[in-house]
Every structure is written in C-alpha cells, then in structure tokens.
Design a protein around this ligand. Structure first.
Ligand code: MEV
Length: 440
C-alpha cells in the first residue's frame, strides 16, 4: 500500500524519485531509468525546466511539428504545433496548401479587451454604495499606478471599472467589473495584481466613507481574479474562393463538395453533440499553436467553449456560406494570448517558435492561432464529408501501431509501402507484421 508523505516538496529531486519509485513501482530500476532518460544532458536547461513547477521529476515530451505554407494576410508563415495526435499537423499542412493557391487566409482582430472582477458582499442600500463607488473609482485607478505604469508606457492599462449589482442572483453580491488592455502580454499576473489592489483600496476606503452606516462599512471581499471568458478579445479568420475553385476533391464536383461541407457546418451549428466534436477538431489546431508559443491552453479552452455557448446552446465556432458563386468559411473566436511575459521569454522552444512566426505581436498571434483552428476544421470537414476521417487518420496512426510492436526500420519501410494501397486497421497492421516476421 502506498503511504502519505509530508515535506515532499523540500526533498531533492533524486530523493523525490527514490520515494516515488520505492512507493509505487515493482521494477524500481526500470522506473528510475525511464524518468532519467528524459532529463536534458544540459544541466542548466534541465534546471530551467525543473524550476517551472514544483516537484519536477522529469520532462514530458510532446512532438513539436511545423505546418508550412500558411498565407495569412499576404504573409507566409510556417506554423509550429506541439501535439501528440498523429494526423493534426498533416491535416493543417494540407489545408494550408489548398488555400495557398486560393488567396490564403484573411484575418481581423475585432477587439482585445480583457476582464477581471472583484467579487464582494455588501448589505446595505445600493444608492449609497453607488455613490461610494463613483467617489472611490479615481482612487482605485490611482492605487494601481505602480503596477500599471509600465503597461501604460506600452499603450495598455486599466480601461474601466464598473460596479455590478448581482443581488438578484445571490443576496448581497456585487462586483467591481474591470476591463484591461494588456497589449502584447496575456496579462494574467498584471490583471490579478491590479484586482487585488482594487479590492484592498475599496475595502479600506469603505471604512472611512462617512455616508455608510457601521455595517455598510464592512465590505466583505470574497475574491479577486481575472476572467478567462474574453468575448471582447475576439479575432475573425476567413477563407473564400469561387465555387468552381473547390476542385481538388477527386470525383466530387465543387458544388457537391460545398453543399456537403456547408451542411456539415450547419449540423454543428444546431446539434451540440456534433458541435463539441466539431469544435474539438478546431481546438486540435488552436491548442497545438497555443502550446508551442508558451500560452495557457486551459485558459483558451475554457474561454472558447464558453463563447461557443453564448447564445444558450453549445454551437459551432465556424460558419460557411455560398453567395453569388463565392464559397466562404470563417471562424470567430476569443483568444487571450501573449507574446511577451510568462514562458515566452524563458522556454527555449517557445522563443524559437515565436521567432519562426517572425516575432508576432499578440494581435498577430491571435490571427495565426485562429487560422490554425479554421484550417484544422476545413481539413476535418473535407475528409468527413468525402472519404471519411479514418483513411487519413489511420495512415498517420500506422507508425504508432508499428512502434507499439517494435517494428524495425526494414519492417516499417515494407509496411508503409504495403499500406499505401491497403486499408490501415489495427488488426490489418498486426497481421501484416506477423506475416512479414514469419517469412524471415
Ligand atoms: C479528431 O481529433 C477531430 C475530429 O473528430 C474533428 C471533427 O469531427 O470535426 C476529426
């Protein structure tokens, strides 16, 4: 039976590993050597990774791939993608190439406003609270000057603070609802620091506000935190072409392709079961670029899915139409991203990914990430409505199956050739490998 431990975080890395291995593994030497196999031989680089989080015992690899040929607003990009799913980079590359010959992707950053809230309880009259809020608002903004000074130099800062009455939902519940411009930073630390200062000043000033009764003076701060729901940090990406230019899908007329494609989008617009999978495919592209560029994919995921439900029913993030012979396909998506701060200046592969993307501003990165999502969805729907998804997916998965059975280089080469003209299924690969091995 495993045991609990206190003071674990204070142990050295090797003592932590000893404890884990002793407590959980039957083959202790094997477990230890797997963990150590992933250590970087460069001690300084390893230490950097060790210090990103608490209790690091090793590194967890994901492949970093690239998808070239993305023409975005007339600039060519090769997009870095960190992801484990076999077919994602291949699909993005295919969609990029397809649209490269048809004018590429166009994007528009609609807005870049981020939100944070101080949640508090107050039991008293609303009018007097509102009077207090109006009086104290300039002092709230002044109190965060030491935090906002540098951000203001870069053109960002606090945009506004509003008092929101939420007492219809919870008795005595109000918010300071603040909006921010964080320029090229994702801005989580900046926003949270401002909010905590707002809360402290708000509480202190309330104590001194003459028009409050004694009980009204006791504002109870519940919490101060940014919101990952960013419907006003919004980007749109689009592709379009003449209907007859949708001519790359052999055996299918462009009109039929467009019609099926649009119906697939329409289904995801009205059917949540399909919309979730449809949007998951979009997030395959989005998360991969968000991760490669050192951004917070959990924040992006949470915000995107909330946005997909904003009309009260979970729905597609992409839309498509044909009007006057022009096929259009677009995505509108909230993305709070940064290209400075956080991991962006620390993780060598993040720095490399950002350089590969020509050191983008946060707005440009929003565009690139939205395009990666749109491209992924285009590739998925194109396959789903024509050949089906498994053909391409299993072709890419072939190598995983071969690796699972320790195929050597010769066996891989033979079977990759064989499956160019045969259907890839797990059992077909196992059979073919068995057959090959009994022959020799
Ligand atoms: C698989 O990771 C993603 C897809 O299921 C997306 C979709 O169905 O649109 C292929």
């Amino acid at each position: 039976m495993s045991t609990s431990i206190s003071g674990f975080s204070k142990l050295s890395k090797s003592k932590k590993i000893d404890w884990i291995v002793d407590s959980y593994f039957s083959n202790k030497e094997d477990a230890k050597s797997i963990l150590k196999q992933y250590w970087n031989t460069n001690d300084k680089l390893q230490q950097l990774h060790d210090e990103f989080i608490e209790n690091t015992i090793t590194n967890y690899y994901l492949p970093l791939g690239v998808a070239p040929n993305f023409l975005i607003n007339d600039t060519l990009y090769t997009i870095p993608m960190a992801i484990e799913e076999s077919s994602v980079v291949a699909a993005a590359s295919k969609a990029a190439k397809f649209w490269l010959d048809r004018g590429g992707f166009k994007t528009e950053v609609i807005s870049t406003i981020k939100v944070g809230q101080v949640h508090f309880k107050y039991h008293g009259g609303f009018e007097v609270l509102n009077t207090f809020f109006k009086a104290v608002k300039p002092q709230l903004i002044a109190a965060v000057k030491p935090i906002t000074k540098n951000m203001e130099k870069r053109g960002g800062g606090v945009i506004d603070i509003e008092l929101k009455d939420k007492t219809k939902d919870i008795a005595g519940y109000y918010q300071l609802h603040a909006t921010f411009d964080t320029q090229d930073a994702m801005g989580a630390n900046f926003i949270n620091s401002c909010l905590e200062q707002f809360a402290q000043t708000f509480k202190e000033k309330a104590q001194q506000f003459k028009d409050f009764s004694d009980s009204e003076k006791n504002i109870d701060i519940i919490m101060s935190i940014l919101s990952n729901y960013v419907p006003e940090c919004l980007v749109k990406a689009e592709v379009s072409c003449k209907l007859e230019d949708l001519n790359d899908y052999s055996g299918i007329l462009p009109e039929e392709f467009a019609s099926k494609f649009i119906q697939a989008v329409n289904i995801a617009e009205i059917e949540p079961y399909r919309a979730v999978t449809h949007n998951k495919g979009i997030m395959n592209g989005i998360d991969a670029v968000v991760l490669a560029t050192g951004n917070d994919f959990r924040a992006v995921e949470a915000g995107v899915h909330a946005y997909a439900s904003r009309h009260g029913r979970y729905s597609s993030l992409t839309h498509a139409s044909v009007e006057n012979g022009i096929f259009k396909f677009w995505i509108e998506i909230p993305l709070a991203l940064g290209t400075v701060g956080g991991l962006t200046g620390l993780h060598p592969l993040v720095k490399l990914s950002l350089e590969l993307l020509k050191k983008p501003s946060a707005k440009t990165l929003m565009s690139i990430v939205a395009v990666a999502g749109l491209a992924q969805n285009f590739a998925a729907l194109s396959s789903l409505t024509t050949t089906g998804i498994q053909q391409g997916h299993m072709k890419m998965h072939l190598m995983n199956i071969l690796n699972q059975f320790d195929a050597n280089a010769q066996e891989k080469a033979t079977l990759v050739e064989h499956f160019k003209t045969n259907n890839v299924t797990h059992s077909a690969v196992v059979e073919a490998l068995k057959h090959l091995r009994t022959k020799h």
